[in-house]
Structures are given as structure tokens and as C-alpha cells.
Design a protein around this ligand. Structure first.
Ligand code: ADP
Length: 627
């Protein structure tokens, strides 16, 4: 018989398991039972439509056997089984699809984490066994096969005798050491507890021959060993239990096992509805986005069950895109068991469920925002970007649904505020919601344009993500208050008198500004005096819809062929000494005025975080001034 090699990544994983110092080795049992349960689900599903299966619904079971003499623990199921090829393919390679970027993880060599993170499936048996045998007969096949491996050296597959359809996994436990007592997995009470702890909700009975001392009838103080077949799990799926009967820990464990996460969920959402749509839903908000969350590979969706039977693993239609971070399942009485994917899409019942789930998720998030602010901020840190895209996408169709779920850091208290809180705290006279864009809060605070707004006592919302400004543009206003970029040319903070005064000054300097504008050769739309700068001499503002930040973002997008340009205005502080200097130069030394125009534009670019077009020229001009 030829010994086959594991695929290289499986071999690595196997090595890792064999030498594992992971402290929760007991999870191997949960993994094996979960595989058995899946295999039974598959055959059960077939049996609903195919008479030939020949197993009655109540005959499906998972059987555990303890053999102390031979140091083996056996888990047998009468599920769908595996063919010779499937044994080879499924147990010779890592099957964990998607959730497992093995190479990337391995480079970090964070062995413990890998086990906790992904559960690692079948291979986890090698944490406790030095030899594993799998005997399996696939449904529809006459012959059975035995897969055997004693570790990373490889495995063999050979024909064997096996009566019924299904799979039997025989684990030969490692010898005990000073630190590890593997023989505890030969203790019936230990096994019973493990099943209760990790696998209680499994839908099929997990049975084990249980031996206990019972009083002998009619004789006092005499006991005898009685062996009986016991069902170890309650078999009620966790989502069918009333919320009050389930411990948080149970929900958390269920989530981690089912959705391959190593952390507890941030929130559990349970919903049970009867009436127009009858279903039970158990949903989770993860603490952190899955590694592929912000890529095209990420698939949203909830598991869909019909009367307790899994009919679809990721039903995308149940979740709107902006809530795609939600994990979980829905079990409905209303759906037909053999409904096809195509038909599901048009199923009115499913649409109804989607609508109610969406409302439920939203209201749970609102509750969290109101009552558990810190937790909500953690949530928003992980998934807020998705909500902002939700506002922006589909031409703002969902902006109304989502606007009250947004939070932004703001300048006054450097804390997160909702738009509602911002508007409610606006002092009299403030008629817009001010925001400023930049890479970080610190950089935004350095923007000269912020000063005038802060001086008025107005709060400023910090926008540090690319999507932020687009999101606000889509909203346009909140409760009648327009959004206003502090770098907008049209800030409108001055009194009527101040405005008039400025206008006169600007009119008087009109020709000088024309010269400066021409010198800058189309880089700015205009040059003018402003009142909004406190100590700074200059700044760049934008006219029209596109701000400096938007210009950066739009041009950085793939496929942005024609450069998009913000319409810039070079604004000069009317009460800064530089204003008088410019006026004098215009009269006495027009050539130097031109140089100053270039210098000031360069300064404004630097402050605004925009690259200088010609750094060499800028530096030369500065040096000329210095000498
Ligand atoms: P996962 O369960 O996450 O796919 P595993 O490594 O645990 O990964 O299992 C690999 C594959 O082997 C499973 O996807 C399944 O196809 C097959 N398998 C494992 N155990 C059984 C079983 N008891 N009956 C039938 N197939 C099984």
C-alpha cells in the first residue's frame, strides 16, 4: 500500500497540531462532531426527497465509544460518508475555504492563534492522537475505505469492511505526559461534559454507552454496574430556545464555532416573530471585520434554515449591503424545503423577512448607540466605513435609513458626536454644520481655516476617511442644516459691515490680484483678501462642489483618467502685514510681487496638504529672500 503525502500546507498544519501547546485541545471533539452533524444533515436532506436513502429521520445519530484498553475514542455517524476519492481529497488537504490564509498566518508563526481562530477542523484530532483512522462508506456506494495516518509522514487509503453508510473516526490517544493527561478523554463524565459544553445544540442525537453504579433492587447498600445508551445533548438548536434560557457564553461559543471567529461577538441579536412572517433569527455583530471584509471576495449573507434544516449557507438576499457585517441564521417555517436558489430570489416571504431583519438590526444599533456608547464606538471603528458607503451608494437611496447611525469625531471635545447631537448643541446664529478634511485630526487642527470657525464657538466635524466628504455631500443637509467645509470660499461668518469693508478692500486691489492670478497661470480661479484667517497669512479655499480633499480622492481612484480639479481661490489675510507689503510691491516693484504670488501659493499648498507643483522653484525663491 502506497503512503501518500499531504499537500504541503496541510502538512504544515498537521505538524502544528502534533506539536501543539494549545491549551484548549478539547475542541477536537467539537470539530469531529460538527463534521458528523454536517454529514448527517446532507443525507437527511436527501432522504426528504429520495425514498432510496432508507434511513428514517429518527434513526440518524452520532455515536461515541470509549475503549480504555486500546486507548481509543471513536466517533461514528450514519451521515453521507465519503468515497475513496473524497477521503483522499478532504482529509489530504485543508478544506477550510476562504477563511484561511494559511501562508500569511504562518509567516507570523502565531500557532496558538491559528488554532483558536479557525477551529482547524479534522486536523485538530492530531492534538490529542498519535494515530487516526477514518472508515467511511459513501451513500450510494457498495464499498468502504479506510484512511489512516500517524502524523505528518503521510496517510494511506485502503478498502475495508463497513456495514452501513457513514463515517467512523477512531482516535488513538497519545500517551500521558507530566503536563498532559490525554487519558481524560477516555473518561465518560469528561466526554459528557464536553458535549454539553460545545455540542449541546447539535440537532442530531449524540449517544454514548454510559456505565454507572445503580442500587441493586431489593438489596440495601448493594450496587451494580449498569450500562445504558444515553443521549448526551439536548438537541434543541440554540436559536429555538427562548433567549432567557440561553447564557451569553453559550451564544458566544455558538458564534465562534459556527462562524470561525476567535473572538466573542460584540453583540447578539435575537429575534423571534410570528404572524405575516414566522421565523427565528439569531444574528451576531463581530468585534472586528473579517480579513477579506473590504474586498470583493467577501460574501455577505445569513444561513437559511427551513424548519430546522439548513437549506442555504449564505443567503445574500437576507441582508442589505450596508449591514453585510452581520453574521447569523434565520430559521423559517414558511419556506419550502426544496426551494431552489433562483426561486428564493423571488420569494415574497423572504423579502418580508429581509425587511423585518433590517429594521431589527437598525433598532439594535440605535439602542447600542443610546445605551452603550463605548461599545457602539467600537462597532463603528470596525464597520463605520461600510455604513458611510451605505449612505453614499445607490445614489443616496439609503441615506435616510443610515444618517442617524453615523458618528464623527469633533473639535470641541475631541469626542464622537452624532449629527443630531451636533445640531442640538449648535449655538444661536450658527446656520451650518462645519466640517474639515485631512489625514489626521492633528493635521486638521493645524488648518488656518479652522481658526475663524472655532473662534465663533462653533464645533467642527473631523473627516479623515476618503469616503467621509462624499457621504456628507450625499446627505446634503441634516435637519435643515447644510454641511459646510471650513475650506469653502463661502463660509459666511462675517457680519454685514465686515463683508462690506472686505468688499471695498478687494475692489481696490482688483488689478493687483489680476496680476497675481496671471502669474500663477491658471492654478487658481481668483486671488482675494479674507477675514477668516487669524494669524496665518494665506490659505487655499475652493469654490463650487469639489474640495481639495475630494480632488485628491477622486484622482487617486483607479480609472480616473481626466484629472479632476478643485476650483481654488488663494485667500490672503486682509489684516496681516503681508497685505500691506503686497500693495506696496504692486506700486513700486511689480516683478517682486510676481515672486511673492508664487511664494504665497506654495505656502498655502503646504498648509493645505497639497503637493507643491514646482518644489525647486519654490525653494529657490525662498533662498533668494533669505540672502
Ligand atoms: P471543514 O469541516 O471545515 O470543511 P474539516 O477538515 O473538518 O474541514 O473536514 C474536511 C472535509 O472532510 C469536510 O468538509 C467534509 O467534506 C469531509 N468530512 C469530514 N468529516 C466527515 C464526516 N464525518 N462525514 C463525511 N464527510 C466528512
Amino acid at each position: 500500500m502506497r503512503t501518500k503525502q499531504f499537500k504541503s500546507e496541510s502538512k504544515k498544519l498537521m505538524d502544528m497540531m502534533i506539536n501543539s501547546i494549545y491549551t484548549h485541545k478539547e475542541i477536537f471533539l467539537r470539530e469531529i462532531i460538527s463534521n458528523s452533524s454536517d454529514a448527517i444533515d446532507k443525507l437527511y436532506f436527501l432522504s426528504l426527497t429520495d425514498q432510496k436513502v432508507g434511513i428514517k429521520p429518527d434513526e440518524f445519530k452520532i455515536e461515541i465509544k470509549i475503549d480504555k484498553e486500546n486507548r481509543t475514542l471513536t466517533v461514528a455517524d450514519n451521515g453521507i460518508g465519503m468515497t475513496e476519492e473524497e477521503l483522499d481529497k478532504n482529509l489530504g488537504t485543508i478544506a477550510k475555504s476562504g477563511s484561511f490564509d494559511f501562508k500569511a498566518q504562518n509567516e507570523k508563526d502565531d500557532k496558538i492563534d491559528i488554532i483558536g481562530q479557525f477551529g482547524v477542523g479534522f486536523y485538530s484530532t492530531f492534538m490529542v492522537s498519535d494515530k487516526v483512522t477514518v472508515e467511511s462508506k459513501a451513500y450510494g456506494s457498495d464499498s468502504a475505505f479506510r484512511w489512516t495516518s500517524s502524523g505528518a509522514d503521510g496517510y494511506t487509503v485502503e478498502p475495508c469492511e463497513k456495514e452501513g453508510v457513514g463515517t467512523t473516526v477512531i482516535m488513538h490517544l497519545k500517551p500521558d505526559t507530566d503536563d498532559e493527561k490525554y487519558s481524560e478523554f477516555l473518561d465518560q463524565y469528561k466526554i459528557q461534559n464536553l458535549i454539553k459544553k460545545h455540542s449541546d445544540y447539535i440537532r442530531h442525537p449524540i449517544v454514548m454507552e454510559f456505565t454507572s453504579k445503580k442500587p441493586v433492587e431489593g438489596k440495601e447498600n448493594e450496587y451494580e454496574d449498569v450500562t445504558e445508551l444515553k443521549t448526551l445533548n439536548s438537541m434543541v438548536p440554540i436559536w429555538k430556545k427562548a433567549k432567557k434560557d440561553v447564557k451569553d457564553e453559550d451564544y458566544n461559543n455558538f458564534y465562534k464555532e459556527k462562524f470561525s471567529d476567535y473572538q466573542d461577538p460584540l453583540a447578539v441579536i435575537y429575534s423571534s416573530t410570528e404572524g405575516t412572517a414566522t421565523y427565528k433569527a439569531l444574528m451576531f455583530i463581530p468585534k472586528h471585520p473579517p480579513f477579506d471584509y473590504y474586498t470583493k471576495e467577501y460574501e455577505k449573507g445569513l444561513q437559511l434554515y427551513s424548519k430546522g434544516v439548513l437549506i442555504m449557507d449564505k443567503c445574500a438576499d437576507l441582508l442589505p449591503d450596508y449591514f453585510s457585517f452581520v453574521k447569523g441564521l434565520v430559521d423559517s417555517e414558511d419556506l419550502s424545503l426544496n426551494i431552489s436558489r433562483e426561486m428564493l430570489q423571488h420569494d415574497g416571504q423572504l423579502k418580508l423577512i429581509e425587511k423585518t431583519l433590517e429594521k431589527k438590526i437598525k433598532s439594535e444599533l440605535e439602542k447600542m448607540l443610546k445605551n452603550e456608547r463605548e461599545k457602539y464606538e467600537e462597532f463603528f471603528g470596525a464597520f463605520g466605513t461600510g455604513l458611510k458607503f451605505g449612505v453614499y451608494n445607490d445614489f443616496g437611496m439609503h441615506a435616510d435609513t443610515l444618517k442617524d447611525l453615523l458618528i464623527f469625531k469633533s473639535s470641541k471635545e475631541k469626542k464622537f458626536v452624532t449629527l443630531k447631537e451636533y445640531v442640538e448643541a449648535m449655538p444661536e446664529g450658527q446656520d451650518a454644520i462645519f466640517y474639515a478634511c485631512g489625514e489626521t485630526e492633528e493635521r486638521i487642527d493645524l488648518l488656518p481655516q479652522c481658526d475663524a470657525v472655532k473662534d465663533k464657538g462653533y464645533d467642527i466635524i473631523y473627516l479623515t476617511e476618503n469616503v467621509d466628504e462624499f457621504c456628507l455631500m450625499m446627505l446634503r443637509e441634516y435637519n435643515g442644516k447644510k454641511f459646510m467645509n471650513v475650506c469653502d470660499e463661502n463660509l459666511n461668518l462675517d457680519s454685514e459691515e465686515e463683508k462690506k469693508e472686505l468688499e471695498t478692500e478687494n475692489n481696490e486691489a482688483k488689478e493687483m490680484f489680476e496680476v497675481m492670478k496671471e502669474t500663477l497661470g491658471g492654478k487658481v480661479n481668483a486671488v482675494r483678501f479674507t477675514n477668516k484667517l487669524k494669524n496665518h497669512p494665506v490659505c487655499l479655499t475652493s469654490e463650487g462642489g469639489i474640495s481639495l480633499e475630494m480632488e485628491k480622492t477622486l484622482n487617486a481612484m483607479p480609472g480616473a483618467e481626466e484629472k479632476i480639479k478643485a476650483q481654488l481661490v488663494l485667500e490672503i489675510n486682509a489684516s496681516h502685514k503681508i497685505a500691506d507689503k503686497l500693495k506696496r510691491l504692486y506700486k513700486d516693484d511689480p516683478e517682486t510681487l510676481k515672486k511673492y504670488a508664487k511664494l504665497l501659493y506654495g505656502e498655502a499648498c503646504l498648509i493645505g496638504g497639497k503637493p507643491i507643483d514646482n518644489p525647486g522653484e519654490h525653494s529657490e525663491l525662498v533662498c533668494e529672500l533669505m540672502v
